[in-house]
Design a protein around this ligand. Structure first.
Ligand SMILES: Nc1nc2c(ncn2[C@@H]2O[C@H](COP(=O)(O)OP(=O)(O)OP(=O)(O)O)[C@@H](O)[C@H]2O)c(=O)[nH]1
Ligand SMILES: [Mg+2]
Length: 230
């Protein structure tokens, strides 16, 4: 198997649709999933680069693994469910700290999934959009998390990372709403992120592997009878 050149990690609470988003992008279909155990990854060829995309488990019991998956990540996709404010709050409270092990210039995307379950009846009337009948909205729920909430979280992340807004992609560009079920904006999400990680991959490759010392390789110098002057 070819060694990946860069890494993208999906993080977020259980049930928000991380696995479904990856299936939709990689296999172009929506299928029933089982809750992820540990983590799994796909490889995606992007131009000359091989990008690994890691799907992680949102379940609390696997939380400890998250920072391991994030190690050296060029991008982290923080995923929530637009119908669950709690899933957005969890990103800040439970998942953000896991990204401490990511690359220093890691890209952050915030993704609100399951928009197919919401109506847009809450939006103000638009002259260009025909009025929807109440009936067409009745089976859908009002979105619990609006785009502004995601943008506010993105700004908090910049603060947490001590990054200046002018040095990173704009919040509006990095907050997405998707539906793994219908495929809405799924390709756009992944492809935007891949385009952004290419410069990070180029830099990581130019710098070579991280300079770490493996202490298991350490062998104390043998003492000779004649001591240091031998
Ligand atoms: N309607 C709708 N359902 C979705 C969507 N994405 C995922 N689901 C459903 O939500 C449930 C959870 O999806 P998963 O992709 O397994 O969620 P996950 O984030 O990977 O969950 P963990 O692996 O437990 O962390 C499944 O029943 C999916 O079919 C979506 O865009 N729309
Ligand atoms: Mg999963």
């Amino acid at each position: 198997m070819k060694k990946p050149d860069g890494k993208v990690v999906l993080l977020g609470d259980m049930n928000v649709g991380k696995t479904s988003l990856l299936h939709r992008y990689m296999e172009k279909r929506f299928q029933e999933t089982v809750s992820t155990v540990g983590g799994a990854f796909y490889l995606k060829q992007w131009g000359p680069y091989n990008i690994s995309i890691w799907d992680t488990a949102g379940r609390e019991q696997f939380h400890g693994l998250g920072s391991m998956y994030c190690r050296g990540a060029a991008a982290v996709i923080l995923t929530y469910d637009v119908n669950s404010l709690q899933s957005l709050t969890e990103l800040e409270e439970r998942f953000l700290a896991l990204t401490d092990s990511a690359s220093a210039d890691c890209i952050f995307a915030i993704v609100g999934n399951k928009v197919d379950l919401t109506d847009d009846c809450a939006l103000p009337p638009d002259e260009n959009r025909p009025e929807k009948s109440v009936a067409s909205c009745s089976s859908k729920v009002r979105k619990q998390v609006c785009a502004e909430d995601a943008i506010a979280l993105y700004k908090k992340i910049l603060k947490y990372k001590m990054l200046d807004e002018k040095d990173v992609p704009a919040a509006e560009k990095m907050c997405f709403e998707t539906s793994a079920k219908t495929g809405y904006k799924v390709d756009y999400l992944f492809e935007t992120v891949f385009d952004m990680v290419v410069p990070i991959i180029v830099r990581q490759k130019a710098e070579g592997p991280p300079q770490t010392v493996d202490i298991t390789d350490y062998k104390p110098a043998k003492r000779t009878k004649s001591g240091c002057c031998a």
